[in-house]
Design a protein around this ligand. Structure first.
Ligand code: ATP
Ligand code: MG
Length: 465
């Protein structure tokens, strides 16, 4: 028998019911995979621990015990068993005022949305649905349990959660719930940056990130959680006849990207530097250096939302390089493509995906040409990578070898010589292990440069006289 069945029997023998509850009930009915296996029961945490062990749990986790949650690991994976609660649901509050309850109904009524407020009796399979969650699931509707205004005020994170679930499931938000979300959005100010960041992340990784962001804008949440996005709306960019603002463009790019965390965040932030860098030259709108300004803004935003350094670095890097990928033309030499691969590093796939998503013209011919261009860049990258590992290419002479060769102490003089040799390697004109050839080339390079420097000096000398 599987762990769920075993658990339910053992709980039953001890006089308790065991219910699957919340997310997994919703996901099972929808036939979509569930993140977690959550159960609820009348048994108190102390009892739950004993019963879970008796059902064969290999280990027990108690980090959530003060909220009534016991984690148990079975051969099929972890499950969580939470004692019925009757308090209001305050996961964000400092002091947990947890009150255990004796009824499933009270537990369900403190949950956020009707589709998340259903339970299933494990032994009989009966669905317990006091708030009409099933009807809302069928209708594709997110609706608050009870009075929406109160629910959002209790925990303002629910405002973000309702938009997130709508985006994940492709549902609509019921009108009353949406109106209440709009009225209470301001309360999000009191929610921690981590919780907001985590919800935004799930929203971006949903099937409809663009639509979700538009909803967040409409209900006044976006300006609170990411004010830097608001000016994009007033920033027009030329799109041949069709004028569209950078915000609308960004939403389309977002919807064009695969569900990859780095790519989605970079898509959201790739043009964030445009409002600050806009200029008009020869009647054309320009955004010189927006990728650099944008990269700095992206880093700040990701840090503010408390994302880990790894994700922050990668998103910043992708934003900084996104115009390099977009600038690709068939005329690029193999050396230029290799330089791009080297600069892109681990973000190569994401940069190519973003470049493909960044094609949002309304004209089919331009879209076709743009897609062909990105496909060619990708094919050339793959081809060159298959030939040899571009990331491993390096100058045949390293800093130490150059110091020895020219009998000079370490200093800034090394960098241009190494770069020159690496460029030759990338261009395929020098083998990475050709030390002899590199020595000749390095000497000639230094000679040329000293001659040029001497010429400048003597010219200046003559001019002075
Ligand atoms: P996911 O697929 O994202 O895990 P989920 O519905 O399981 O979705 P969780 O955040 O894991 O969401 O929460 C589990 C359940 O706890 C929810 O289904 C809901 O019933 C309840 N819940 C979670 N967060 C809140 C909240 N902020 N307010 C009220 N109920 C909540
Ligand atoms: Mg869950």
């Amino acid at each position: 028998m599987n762990p769920t069945g075993r658990l339910a029997r053992i709980f039953r023998q001890a006089g308790f019911d065991l219910y699957l509850v919340g997310g997994p009930v919703r996901d099972r009915i929808l036939g979509r995979p569930s993140n977690d296996l959550d159960f609820t029961t009348g048994a108190r945490p102390d009892r739950v621990k004993v019963l879970a062990r008796r059902a064969g749990a290999s280990s027990i986790y108690t980090v959530g015990e003060r909220f009534g949650t016991i984690g148990a690991v079975f051969e099929t994976g972890p499950v969580e068993i939470t004692t019925f609660r009757s308090d209001s649901y305050r996961p964000g509050s400092r002091k947990p005022d947890v009150q255990f309850g004796d009824s499933l109904e009270a537990d369900l009524s403190r949950r956020d949305f009707t589709i998340n407020a259903m339970a299933q009796d494990v032994l009989s399979g009966r669905i317990i649905d006091p708030h009409g969650g099933l009807a809302d699931l069928v209708a594709g509707r997110i609706r608050a349990v009870g009075t929406a205004d109160d629910r959002f005020r209790e925990d303002p994170l629910r405002v973000l959660r309702c938009v997130r679930f709508a985006a994940q499931l492709g549902f609509d938000i019921e009108a009353g719930t949406l109106a209440a979300a709009r009225r209470t959005a301001g309360e999000l100010r009191h929610v921690s940056a981590e919780r907001i960041g985590a919800e935004l992340n799930l929203t971006l990784l949903s099937q409809e990130p663009g639509r979700a962001l538009v909803t967040l804008l409409e209900i006044g949440v976006l300006g609170l959680v990411m004010p830097e996005l608001i000016p994009l709306q007033q920033t027009e960019q030329e799109e041949r006849r069709q004028h569209k603002d950078v915000f609308a463009h960004t939403m389309r790019v977002l919807s064009n990207t695969p569900e990859v965390r780095e790519t989605r965040w970079a898509a959201l932030l790739h043009d964030i530097g445009k409002p600050q860098t806009k200029s008009i030259r020869n009647r054309r709108i320009r955004f010189f250096g927006h990728e650099e300004v944008g990269a700095r803004m992206a880093r700040k935003i990701m840090r503010r939302l408390k994302f880990d350094g790894g994700l922050t670095d990668r998103v910043t890097h992708i934003v900084r390089l996104h115009m390099r990928a977009n600038a690709y033309e068939p005329g690029w030499t193999d050396g230029a493509v290799r330089r791009f691969i080297l600069e892109a590093g681990e973000d190569l796939d994401e940069l190519i995906a973003l470049s493909r998503a960044d094609i949002t013209s309304y004209r089919p011919r331009r879209i076709e040409a743009g897609l062909a261009r990105v496909a060619e860049l990708q094919a050339r990258c793959e081809h060159l990578q298959a030939e040899r590992d571009v990331a491993a290419l390096d100058s045949p002479l390293d800093g130490h070898a150059l110091m020895e060769l020219f009998d000079r102490p370490p200093g800034v003089w090394i960098k241009p010589i190494k770069q020159y040799l690496l460029d030759l390697v990338l261009d395929g004109e020098l083998e990475p292990d050709d030390v002899e050839g590199a020595t000749v080339l390095a000497k000639a390079f230094v000679r040329r440069h000293t001659e040029a420097a001497d010429a400048i000096e003597s010219e200046a000398h003559h001019a002075q006289r």
